[in-house]
Design a protein around this ligand. Structure first.
Ligand SMILES: NC(=O)c1ccc[n+]([C@@H]2O[C@H](COP(=O)([O-])OP(=O)(O)OC[C@H]3O[C@@H](n4cnc5c(N)ncnc54)[C@H](OP(=O)(O)O)[C@@H]3O)[C@@H](O)[C@H]2O)c1
Length: 327
């Protein structure tokens, strides 16, 4: 098969569409004939040499895909999946390829009538947002969520899912156009982080109370502001470190307000935990997608062999939603 190979750590041009050995499904896995994959920020870090794949994972980038099951691996005959089924999948790597092997617990059915390019944009955002905002932070109807980077792949999905579950959603983004799109997706208020102090605005927008949950992609540079934004009993979930990995934490403010800080990554979780998250997504998120309440937001599609171009777009942050790679 062909796959995108990272020739050496570096810029987008180190991505090369090369002939490589076909993947073989291990026990408990199936092999998928990939129709589409999608780009995640983590792929950019992997390309730069800053986010190596976990032990045992494919060396090729790509954390999600959509396609058809081409082969059932040992022990998956009674899994309920068959050769030819249209699926999308949460991957630990290897999605930028013509074929990929994946544990059955990480498969989801392609929603009825949905194009492969749209289905490929779902697994990573659905699993990340469901596991962090709902399973970890326990966001409830009537509570307020602050989503950073509302125009990102993650942000566009978090806004929709929180709104659909009855939460009030505040979001940050860089500029009025992205904030307008966030409002269309269900954000109740937008904060332009380039011109406004997001923590002060979050306080104002909640009548001084603060927000119940923050979904953060910045890490170090936003830690102080995030803690300042939270209401009593608030929960901060850090899923990205685009603003650095360390900063001072005011424990005094935390204990007075009874706050909690969580930090998680999906890719390194054991197979059983990923399967539990995928099962939760199928039960709680897939029905909202079937009804059209929550939908994949695809900024553009790019040919898989031209993944370098897709990475250039992602690094420019010109996109809103997901960048999808198609064969
Ligand atoms: N832990 C996990 O399991 C997990 C899983 C998936 C994703 N993630 C993380 O989630 C983040 C988003 O991933 P993605 O794939 O959705 O990336 P993406 O689409 O490239 O989004 C990144 C966004 O960050 C925004 N941004 C940049 N600086 C900002 C700032 N100071 N304040 C607020 N927003 C800012 C950018 O747009 P503007 O600046 O134009 O607004 C852009 O929309 C990444 O950090 C990624 O590593 C983590």
């Amino acid at each position: 098969m062909h796959a995108i190979v990272i020739k050496e750590p570096g810029g987008p041009d180190v991505l090369s569409w090369d002939r490589v050995p076909d993947p073989r499904p291990a026990p408990g896995e199936v092999r998928i004939d990939v129709a589409a994959s999608a780009v995640n920020r983590a792929d950019v870090s992997q390309r730069q040499g800053n986010y190596p794949p976990p032990k045992g994972a494919s060396e090729y980038p790509g954390l999600e895909c959509a396609g058809r099951i081409a082969e059932l691996g040992p022990g998956t005959e009674d899994s309920g999946w068959s050769v030819g089924d249209e699926v999308c999948a949460l991957l630990t790597g290897g999605g930028y390829a013509e074929q990929v092997a994946v544990p059955v617990g990480q498969l989801l059915p392609v929603p009825d009538g949905m194009a492969m390019a749209d289905a490929a944009a779902l697994p990573e955002v659905a699993c990340t947002v469901w596991s962090n905002v709902f399973m970890t932070a326990g966001l409830r109807s009537g509570e307020t969520l602050l989503v950073h980077g509302g125009g990102s792949g993650i942000g566009t999905f978090a806004i929709q899912l929180a709104h659909a579950n009855g939460a009030r959603v505040l979001t940050t983004a860089g500029g009025p156009e992205k904030l307008r799109r966030c409002a269309e997706l269900g954000a109740d208020a937008g904060i332009d982080y380039r011109t406004e102090d997001f923590a002060a605005r979050a306080k104002e927008l909640t009548g001084g109370k603060g927000v119940d949950v923050v979904l953060d992609i910045m890490g170090g540079s936003y830690l102080e502001g995030n803690v300042r934004s939270l209401a009593t009993g608030g929960r901060l979930v850090v899923i990205g470190l685009m603003g650095g990995r360390s900063a001072a934490l005011d424990l005094g403010r935390m204990l007075v307000k009874r706050l909690s800080v969580h930090a998680t990554t999906l890719r390194s979780r054991p197979v059983e935990e990923k399967a539990a998250i995928v099962a939760g997504v199928r039960e709680h998120v897939w029905p909202l997608i079937a009804r059209g309440t929550v939908r994949p937001i695809v900024d553009r599609t790019v040919p898989l062999a031209d993944a370098s171009e897709a990475h250039r777009v992602m690094e420019s942050s010109a996109h809103i939603g997901k960048i999808v790679l198609t064969r």
